[in-house]
Design a protein around this ligand. Sequence first.
Ligand SMILES: [Ca+2]
Ligand SMILES: [Ca+2]
Ligand SMILES: [Ca+2]
Length: 286
Amino acid sequence: MDGVHENTEEVLGCRRKSKREHKTAEDIYMNHEVIQTVQRKTTGPAPPGPEFVKKSSCRAAVILLSLLCLFLLIGLITVVFLFTQGKSQWEMETEIIHELYDNVTSERNQLQTSYNILTTKQDQLQTSYNNLVKERDQLQKRLEDLTTNRDDLQRKLQYCRENWVVFSNSLYQVSSEKKSWQESRQDCLQKGAHLMIINSQEEQNFVNQFKKNLWIGLTDSQTEGTWKWVDGTRTSTSYWNRRNGEPNGGTQQNCGEIDNYNAEDSWNDAPCSNRQFWICEKRVSP
Ligand SMILES: [Ca+2]
Ligand SMILES: [Ca+2]
Ligand SMILES: [Ca+2]
């Protein structure tokens, strides 16, 4: 078998040589001899035949080998071409993928930058919003204060129009007409006030300045001799005109009035049905 391989290599060498140096008739004959030798060694002595058959067989073998070599070469070229093309395509795809990756990375960075800018703007807007809310609350508070002041001024203006006079922590209104004590009391109640209650020396001096006989919120109609203010409290300090013996009316005089206004002690008890001026008092602060 070693002989066969050697001869086969010789045959292939013959083919390569003939391809490189252009086949010659001598080469063909030499190869034919080699083939015959191979055939003799492998199959024994060739049967005798005409020379024409030998030449044809050799030529067919050479052609067959040449075709095989050609097919192998074409196959090799095809494989190399396909490999080269596949590699180029792979490299191109790789390059495209890298390029896409770079683009995506760049877009991601741009988006990150935009996100950071938007976050900053959002924080600025949030801060502006908070400041605006704070300013709105301050303006709301200021509006409420102004509204309160306006209402106070309007109320004071109304008091001025109705001839209320401010003294200490109260407003006072002296009537322009005369009524009984009970009617006078009712008038004050309708104005959210009451007949004047004298709580201090200053208030006593103040009411005397009007120089008028005025009903005040003093009565002993409930219990004769027990003088009370219209709020139910008893008199702690009194300013009866003791010089004239006031109070001196008994059950006929159960309502108090300012009478002797030129003196500090100006109180007098009088019949409640008497018609005269009166003075209302309204507290404006505790
Ligand atoms: Ca008072
Ligand atoms: Ca009385
Ligand atoms: Ca009297």
